[in-house]
Design a protein around this ligand. Structure first.
Ligand code: PEP
Ligand code: MG
Length: 672
């Protein structure tokens, strides 16, 4: 027998997709493989059991393999875990609800009185107006009569085959609209194929339960365990298990219809909760928006709603289920509200807001290539956050005036060794060329304990976000940084490249990094002068901005990390993410300090965190003195359009008010 301890580094732990990857690797081997976490020890080939372990990021699992290919199995699992179990997006772009999404159009404000307003959580942007239709789940008849163990097992096998076929069809249909989200149906297929679940069901059938009874009781028993996990993200997977469970029960009951039967006119769908299958199967011509009583913005149903472009509100409470059929409502996916029986004036305002939103989006895209100049003549540079050459091409086409953040770590992921200098050179050169001489800020490798690279050996850390990451890691591995700097400096002659260092906390780090640039520059003998800047994403750097400013060429504020470190809230935390608001006055004060220090020294300051694309934050950031905004490619057009509608003088007044606020909520309540 072989055994080893592995640390799960995925930011959200061993959740659906990495767990699936782990199980699929285990299934390739004949050896009996078991995984222990805490007191629990389970079959490594059972997705449900692995999920039910509830392993969080940084958690250790003990893997034991016993059988002919135990050695190979161990190596394969170790490699799979250390290379991230199929997840390589260390830098997802968390929005306020923890899910990556493009910046919405400026949120239109729809007036409503308190007594007809139901407040939930925003799950997908947009406004929908229409009558409600409540989707009630028909309970599925579960046959109690027992036709003999062999007959029941054959019935179940046939139902599982049909369910597999349905899920393949659903995945393919979904893949056309949202490839990433379609993968959830592969997780569902693996649940159907789970050996432990199968064993449980077979045992129940041997105990004289019908196929339906056996299936229902086994799925429910497993779902209960999962729902009880104290990690909300993993607990949410109980919904996937029940979704799959119900699909099979329906097939067993001869009720093959999967899509909900809706009225023949457009509606706003109300439900207690929606399963991923329900959401994916919705007829988009009829459903204008979705409002659920339960569920959270990180549930798959919410993710799918965003991918389908359906405005959605979740967690609106049981009162939405008490609304009479066909009640007229306005659903606002920006604010997470439902206004019932709106009066004529509110309705007119909502319609106008809806039309304005659509028209704004269209106009913004049409004017994407034009500069962003405020009404009172202040030009703001709007540049893009990118990760590779394809992004660079898209950014240029979408109106980017350069690149404010090239996350070079994407180049280093999903491979067994660091990219060579030549490989890096070619990528930086191609990106520089794709931007046609516009400036490209290349951020040096920002990798760390939270997302290890298999070829960089970082010992296990209890708090990886407070560990060896960013510039700290690079300075401890000077060869890695030196090689990257050589590649960047050589590529600099093919365009306008700038260099930026991440996670700088201390002046000494900056000095060491700058010295290395000078040494490399002397080595390669390049003539091209390259601007050097640092990210301001650690509160210490913001507070010491006056010490850095005379020495650097620019600052770029990483609000994602600056928020995380200032509020001491994990940026990926499934429940805290909503509170981790970059508009907290504490963060605004740090941005203010940074901008003042930069300007006093005659330097410019940008923002490359998500906050730059938040329509409520944008005027405040400009008012605080931010000179450049670097945003995701889909947000470029709307950010530029919003700037064109602003007066810098008003933005400055707003920023001063924001600095005086006591909470993020107070800041968000301010009106320009
Ligand atoms: C940030 O922290 O705001 C930032 C832009 O860097 P990253 O998201 O890559 O950590
Ligand atoms: Mg950062």
């Amino acid at each position: 027998m072989k055994a080893c301890d592995l640390v799960i580094q995925n930011v959200t732990g061993l959740h659906a997709r990495p767990a699936r990857e782990f199980v699929n690797v285990a299934k390739q081997f004949k050896a009996k493989i078991q995984v222990q976490h805490g007191e629990k020890k389970v079959n490594a080939k059972s997705l449900i059991s692995i999920l039910a372990l509830g392993v969080r990021s940084g958690g250790t699992i003990r893997v034991e393999a016993d059988g002919v290919d135990e050695m190979e199995a161990m190596v394969a699992l170790e490699t799979a875990v250390s290379s991230g179990l199929g997840e390589n997006h260390h830098h997802q772009e968390p929005s306020s609800n923890g899910q990556p999404q493009p910046a919405p159009a400026p949120a239109p404000v729809v007036a409503a009185t308190a007594d007809n307003l139901i407040v939930g959580l925003p799950a997908a942007p947009g406004i929908a107006i229409g009558p409600i239709f409540q989707l009630t789940k028909q309970t599925v008849a579960v046959r109690q009569t027992f036709a003999g163990a062999e007959a029941e097992k054959a019935t179940l096998a046939a139902a599982l085959t049909t369910a597999q076929q349905q899920l393949v069809a659903l995945r393919d249909q979904m893949a056309a609209q949202a490839a990433d989200e379609a993968a959830i149906f592969d997780v569902h297929r693996d649940i159907l194929d789970d050996p432990e679940l199968e064993e449980m069901v077979r045992a129940a059938i041997d105990n004289k339960q019908s196929a339906a009874q056996a299936w229902q009781s086994s799925v429910e028993a497993r779902a209960k365990i999962m729902a009880g996990l104290d990690d909300p993200l993993l607990a949410a997977r109980a919904a996937d298990l029940r979704d799959v469970g119900e699909r099979v029960l329906r097939i067993l009951a001869g009720d093959e219809a999967t899509g909900a039967s809706l009225p023949d006119h457009p509606i706003i769908l109300i439900a207690h909760d929606l399963s991923p299958s329900d959401t994916a199967a919705l007829d988009k011509d009829k459903v204008l928006g979705i409002c659920t009583a339960a569920g959270g913005p990180t549930a798959h149903a919410a993710i799918i709603a965003r991918a389908l472009g359906l405005p959605a509100v979740v967690s609106a409470g049981e009162k939405v289920l008490k609304l009479a059929a066909e009640t007229a409502v306005i659903l606002n996916g920006h604010s997470g509200t439902l206004t019932r029986n709106p009066d004529e004036a509110t309705l007119t305002a909502a319609r106008a807001a809806q039309e304005q939103e659509q028209a704004q989006r269209k106009a913004a895209v049409a004017a994407a290539a034009d500069p962003a100049i405020t009404q009172d003549g202040q030009r703001v540079e709007v540049v893009a956050n990118i990760g590779n050459v394809a992004d660079a091409q898209q950014a240029y086409a979408a109106g980017a005036e350069g690149v404010g953040l090239l996350r070079t770590e994407f180049l280093f992921m999903e491979r067994d060794e660091a990219p060579s200098e030549e490989e890096q050179f070619a990528v930086y050169r191609d990106i520089a060329q794709a931007l046609h001489n516009q400036p490209v800020i290349v951020r040096t490798l920002d990798i760390g304990g939270d997302k290890p690279l298999p070829y960089i050996n970082v010992p296990h850390e209890e708090n990886p976000f407070l560990g060896e990451r960013g510039i700290r890691l690079c300075l401890n591995r000077p060869d890695l940084l030196r090689q990257q700097l050589r590649a960047i400096l050589r590529a600099a002659s093919h365009g306008t490249l700038r260099i930026m260092f991440p996670m700088v906390a201390d002046l000494g780090e900056w000095h060491a990094a700058k010295q290395m640039v000078q040494e490399v520059q002397a080595e390669i003998g390049g003539e091209t002068a390259v601007s050097l800047g640092i990210m301001i994403e650690i509160p210490a750097a913001a507070l010491m901005a006056d010490a850095f400013a005379p020495e650097v060429d620019f600052f770029s504020i990483g609000t994602n990390d600056l928020t995380q470190y200032t509020l001491a809230m994990d940026r990926m935390h499934p429940t805290l993410a909503k509170q981790a608001d970059g508009l907290h006055p504490a963060i605004l004060r740090l941005i203010h300090t940074t901008a003042e220090a930069a300007h006093r020294a005659g330097k410019w300051v940008g923002v490359c965190g998500e906050l730059g694309a938040d329509p409520q934050a944008l005027p405040i950031l400009l008012g605080l003195g931010v000179d450049e905004l670097s945003v995701n490619v889909p947000a470029l057009a709307t950010v530029k359009a919003q700037i064109r509608g602003l007066q810098l003088a008003d933005a400055r007044t707003l920023a001063q008010q924001a600095l005086q606020c006591r909470t993020a909520a107070e800041v968000r309540a301010l009106k320009i």
